[in-house]
Ligand binder design. Sequence first.
Ligand SMILES: Cc1cc2nc3c(=O)[nH]c(=O)nc-3n(C[C@H](O)[C@H](O)[C@H](O)COP(=O)(O)OP(=O)(O)OC[C@H]3O[C@@H](n4cnc5c(N)ncnc54)[C@H](O)[C@@H]3O)c2cc1C
Length: 396
Amino acid sequence: MKHRIVVLGAGYAGAFSAGYLARQLHADDFEITVVNAEPDFVERLRLHQLAAGHELRHRPLTEVFAGTGIRLRVARVTGVDVEHRTVTIADDEGIDRLEYDTLLYALGSTAADHGVPGVDEHAFHVAARPAALRLRARLDELGEDGTVLVVGGNLTAIEAATEIAEARPGLRVGLATSGELGGWLGPKARRHLLRAFDRFGITVHENTRIERVEEAAAIAADGTAFVSDATVWAAGFAVHPIAAASGLAVEPNGQITVDRQMRSVSHPDVYVAGDSVFVIGENGHPLPMSCASAGYTGTQAAAAIIGDLTGREIKATALTYVGNHISLGRKDGIFQLVDGDARSKPGALCGRSAARVKSAIVAVSGWAVSRPTFGKPSHKYRLAATRKHSADVVAA
Ligand SMILES: Cc1cc2nc3c(=O)[nH]c(=O)nc-3n(C[C@H](O)[C@H](O)[C@H](O)COP(=O)(O)OP(=O)(O)OC[C@H]3O[C@@H](n4cnc5c(N)ncnc54)[C@H](O)[C@@H]3O)c2cc1C
């Protein structure tokens, strides 16, 4: 019987890692199955664009995995039983159970509601394609007249507010954040950000904590009611509750706790990559949820699976965090580098050139993930007779 590897999620981490595994493992010994809720590889980095009204290119997973030998199940994962090594999935046909020998968990994250009442019922978000499409439909309903309040002051809130303001100039767009808008940015980038918000006519409410969302308003801690026809909740990401419910060891924020090889510390036959994983980066700080982190953790997890199952040394993938690229609509942007302590450097690339850099990074990421075997070294490693979980990684 073949060794069954099941990959949960075909986003930036999952699709990339599945391709890597398919390229290196012998098809006679290994069977790789990928489960994903959507039939496409969804470029999550562009979901604020989708919500604002732009179209996304369709990247069907059947094409992404064509010729790789990977089996695809388009279904929703509803639970993982790490004791019995099974995954419960649901699709139009009903409920099914997949058995695995090795699991790669890469289900990403969703919008974090922070327990704020009314978010689930009344707010919109852009953390997944169906949610972004719901927001888009609401913006279409509003047409040229309406008020949109974006809640959050970090990357996704900034990108969503500016994208909507640019694409829908008839709408009144505001942003409420519990801290300072882009307060973590270096002085040059922050000045640029505030000028851009001013240019777009976005009203900024800083030091404003939203404590309740209603159908047509968001209520702040001091009782102020912000009238809003569409409240966009962009106050951070959280890992799907499936991880914690499965019995895997998780951090207080729900991310799965792993060792340096991305193996779950509680269940070493489960590997984790992308937004779902909690791991300390080279700078001594938790690796942020990002596309780059998905690439590093996906590469490390795939290398560890190959190493553990075929008896090879596991090469270390550097877990670095160099900075953020932020779009401000389609023609403006910020590229902010950080230092070795994850603090923003004073300078930054701003304006049209930063927008071009961002656009190139997003395009290259989408291209690379939708060709997950391209350029990867090809091997036909066999399953080792005895398997061990190597405690070490060696320099790449
Ligand atoms: C609007 C927006 C803009 C962003 N911009 C940037 C940026 O500019 N730069 C950056 O670095 N990061 C950005 N991010 C963050 C980045 O998208 C994530 O860090 C990255 O997608 C993480 O990769 P992942 O593979 O862990 O998750 P994902 O790419 O989200 O992949 C997870 C996959 O799992 C699937 N899935 C989820 N739940 C289930 C389930 N129950 N059953 C089956 N399948 C499921 C999803 O459909 C998806 O295909 C942005 C995020 C958003 C929402």
